[in-house]
Design a protein around this ligand. Structure first.
Ligand SMILES: Cc1cc2nc3c(=O)[nH]c(=O)nc-3n(C[C@H](O)[C@H](O)[C@H](O)COP(=O)(O)OP(=O)(O)OC[C@H]3O[C@@H](n4cnc5c(N)ncnc54)[C@H](O)[C@@H]3O)c2cc1C
Length: 463
């Protein structure tokens, strides 16, 4: 419980209506996209300016109050859970697009801008910001930078960090630091922008973001390849990428999601297929035609049962809507869904899928997966029930086996969702111990009182 004088100071800083203390309000900010974590904050503040963020952090730092930064709360690693209570600092009201510069191919945004709103505004100018986490209807630009989010477009265009040119960050002591600028090249000092990108709210609160943009591609084509064997589909991905082609998107959808989507919104999906690959090519109309033909040829030669080409924009949009609804289809399927985020080298995708099948057979857990096949980034999910302790423990063990398998293939613990609370138990397996120590030292320099998103990324000593 925070003292009454802290609450009234917060009210002075951000205004009374921007400080939430009612239980029903706090509950809304006690969970995120995971189904295994929840913790109540003591208070939620909704600042509208950088100055307010600075004053809130100064107050928290002087009084050693934990602060959990939060955007849309859509992360799936427990990152925005206020696990130590204290203040949730939610930046959703800082939601202005400050500038879109067509001349510089740059935009400056506040952290609370919703990704979809940003892309709709860019499209009016013929511009495009590629990183596209499939939570684009609810995730904020601040959250995507703090998680270094990825998405389907990242096969060809790269992840968030490839687009961040500048940041304004408020440090734990309230200092407002400016990094980078609007130039696409900048080799001034250490890459501190990269340090804050992906820092999961543990090093500072992002209050302004300068992003590189691209012209909207003139044409695109969407294809759906149907496979009777998911691993064959995995091999097809490698075959495409080693042929010299890099499609804009290559996504995986498994039989579970195909059936769930078809149940909810029938659209003629092949419910008997073991897996689908959804692909998109983009560029000039001529290049799209030529590339799509080559992709279809490789898919057919790699064992696709059928390749459907979306006949128009509406059909393509329906295919991609099906993909973006994949997580919702999965999360509604059980009381507790452990959805993870490993990435393996792309030429190991087929092998990884075969090993997941073996793990599923041995442990008896159905392993569902969908994900960004073109990046080797799958989201294996296990359906369980946290209320059944014995089953939940076995599910956790099975997930650990999945992590071990991905690491043994040269993969990583998290392709895009971050470590948060969900994967901190496994960090030691996945990172050099000296690198972990260096991260802790950096944290100590920037946030010596450990007020910013405490309890995240690594396990605390003695935990
Ligand atoms: C249906 C669904 C689909 C998804 N698909 C993808 C996907 O394809 N790719 C992908 O990468 N992720 C995906 N995600 C995960 C999630 O949407 C991303 O991690 C996203 O970047 C989180 O943004 P957010 O605004 O919701 O942030 P939050 O969940 O609120 O916070 C995420 C982290 O960022 C920190 N943070 C938030 N705002 C700030 C700020 N202003 N300053 C500093 N730190 C801050 C928080 O402390 C927390 O650690 C998906 C999630 C769902 C539910």
């Amino acid at each position: 419980m925070l003292k009454a004088e802290i609450i009234s100071r917060l009210q002075e800083i951000v205004g009374k209506e921007a400080v939430l203390t009612a239980k029903e309000d706090l509950t809304t900010y006690s969970y995120d996209g995971t189904s295994t974590w929840a913790h109540m904050p003591d208070v939620v503040v909704l600042p509208t300016t950088t100055e307010q963020v600075s004053q809130v952090l100064k107050l928290a730092n002087e009084n050693l109050i934990p602060v959990t930064p939060r955007g849309g709360g859509t992360n799936v690693s427990g990152g925005s859970i206020p696990i130590k209570g204290g203040i949730v600092l939610c930046t959703t009201r800082m939601n202005r697009i400050l500038e879109i510069s067509k001349g510089n191919l740059v935009a400056i945004v506040e952290p609370g801008v919703i990704l979809q709103d940003f892309n709709l505004a860019l499209a009016k100018e013929g511009l495009f910001y590629p990183p596209d986490p499939q939570s684009f209807l609810g995730c904020t630009m601040g959250g995507t930078v703090a998680e270094n989010a990825g998405g389907p477009y990242c096969v060809k265009y790269g992840v968030t960090k490839q687009y961040v040119l500048g940041l304004e960050v408020v440090l734990a002591n309230g200092y407002v630091m400016k990094l980078g600028g609007v130039t696409v090249k900048n080799r001034t000092g250490y890459e501190l922008i990269m340090l804050f990108t992906g820092s999961e709210g543990t090093l500072g609160v992002i209050t302004k973001i300068t992003l590189r943009l691209l012209p909207l591609p003139a044409a695109s084509k969407t294809m759906m390849a149907i496979f009777d064997d998911m691993a064959v589909g995995g091999q097809a991905v490698s075959n495409i990428l080693t042929s010299g082609l890099i499609p804009a998107k290559i996504e995986f959808v498994d039989n579970f999601v195909i059936r769930r989507i078809e149940e909810m919104t029938p659209m003629g999906l092949p419910v008997d297929a073991n897996a689908l690959l959804l692909l998109q090519t983009d560029g000039s109309p001529a290049a799209v035609e030529a590339e799509s033909e080559q992709v279809i040829d490789i898919l057919e030669k790699s064992g696709a049962r059928e390749v459907r080409v979306a006949k128009d924009a509406a059909e393509a949009a329906a295919y991609w809507k099906m993909r973006s609804g994949g997580f919702a289809a999965v999360f509604g399927a059980a009381h507790t869904v452990m959805a993870e985020d490993v990435a393996v080298p792309r030429d190991k995708l087929a092998e990884f899928i075969r090993k997941l099948d073996e793990i599923s057979e041995r442990t008896g857990f159905f392993i569902q997966y969908l994900g960004h096949a073109g990046d080797g980034n799958l989201h294996p999910s296990i359906f369980t029930d946290i209320r059944d302790k014995e089953q939940f423990a076995r599910a956790q063990q099975t997930m650990e086996e999945i992590f071990d398998t991905a690491l043994a293939l040269g993969g990583v613990l998290s392709g895009e969702h971050g470590i948060g609370l969900e994967k901190q138990r496994f960090l030691k397996k996945a990172m050099d111990p000296v690198a972990i120590e260096i991260m802790k030292k950096i944290k100590g320099i920037l946030d010596p009182n450990h007020i910013l998103n405490p309890g995240k990324i690594w396990e605390e000593e003695g935990a």
